[in-house]
Design a protein around this ligand. Structure first.
Ligand code: NAP
Length: 286
């Protein structure tokens, strides 16, 4: 293997430590510890694990755990009322609705009730609009985590050819906009892209968020490129990503592993967003 392995676990730990110092600083300055309201609907085992980790790490960072759990058969009106309550509660700095919600619920309509200032997942149209216009706002956690990883490893972005595979609202689109704001030349690929490997080979930085295991192989990577794998797939041999790790590591200059790459960054950025939201709400600067 020739590529340098980007250690997301270590970077995420440093981000969480920074957040914990920020929380202590906020309290020392007369503020209140940020409160994170995770909202879980139903009993999906994967979602339960994600929410448990978010709660545990928020408490470790000195935040208040204001978790709420709704039964899987809750109706839309009751879920909406809970979001409205959290929106109005001054102890709640951030609201995170764990996705996916059960199918009978309209999660977009629930997210739309979250005030932009408490939207620590960065998924409201208000925050998406602020990002699109290059104005300050809360950014979606996974792409923000990818950007932090690239910065920590001092990957040059200005003028770089960056290819993002995937155009979801959660990952691909905000990722492309964050990179554009950093003056990269950004190409976005999706399921209708003609000759994906050919487009990917242009990239100095390749970010893959397609949700297809092993979609990107060694033939799709320019020698020396930085490759970030956002995909997560649970298989019989454990977790794997959208990138063929072994083959790509022979070609790339740097690569994120799965697990231990982008995954741990998502929660770290959620905590960073919650601290930012609390500071703004309490009028206490960094
Ligand atoms: P998504 O909503 O399913 O979007 C997938 C995107 O990939 C779509 O834009 C789709 O194109 C594109 N795509 C699908 N097949 C393709 C192909 N053959 N060639 C090129 N593009 C293709 O998924 P997502 O929410 O963005 O998540 C992507 C992956 O990241 C998943 O594996 C997910 O589990 C993982 N993820 C990880 C984290 C983390 O914390 N590490 C967080 C979020 C998501 P169309 O638009 O044309 O359909």
């Amino acid at each position: 293997m020739t590529a340098r392995v980007i250690d997301g676990t270590a970077v995420a730990r440093r981000v969480r430590e920074r957040v914990a110092r920020g929380v202590a600083g906020l309290v020392a300055a007369g503020g209140v510890a940020p409160g994170l309201a995770t909202v879980l609907v139903g009993e999906d085992p994967a979602s339960e694990v994600y929410v448990r980790n978010k709660r545990r790490l928020s408490v470790e960072a000195g935040m208040q755990d204001l978790h709420r759990h709704l039964p899987g058969d809750v109706d839309q009106a009751t879920a909406a009322t809970l979001v409205d309550e959290l929106a109005a509660d001054p102890a709640v700095s951030g609201i995170l609705l764990q996705l996916p919600t059960p199918r009978h619920l309209d999660s977009d309509a629930l997210i739309a009730r979250i005030p932009a200032a408490k939207d620590v997942d960065g998924l409201t149209t208000a925050n998406a609009g602020l990002l699109a216009q290059g104005r300050p706002g809360l950014r979606p956690c996974t792409p923000a985590g990818v950007l932090t990883l690239l910065d920590e490893y001092e990957v040059p972005l200005q003028g770089a050819e960056v290819v993002v595979v995937g155009r979801s609202v959660l990952v691909g689109k905000p990722m492309a906009q964050l990179l554009l704001a950093r003056h990269a030349t950004v190409t976005i690929c999706h399921s209708r892209t003609r000759d994906l490997p050919e487009v990917c080979r242009r990239a100095d930085v390749l970010v893959v968020a397609a949700g297809i295991p092993g979609l990107v192989g060694g033939d799709a990577v320019k020698p020396g490129a930085t490759v970030v794998d956002v995909g997560i797939h649970r298989g019989e041999d454990g977790l794997r990503g959208d990138v063929e790790f072994d083959a790509v590591a022979e070609v790339a200059g740097a690569i994120t592993p799965v697990p231990g790459g982008v995954g741990p960054m998502t929660i770290a950025m959620l905590l960073a967003n919650t601290l930012t939201a609390a500071r703004v709400q309490q009028g206490i600067a960094d």
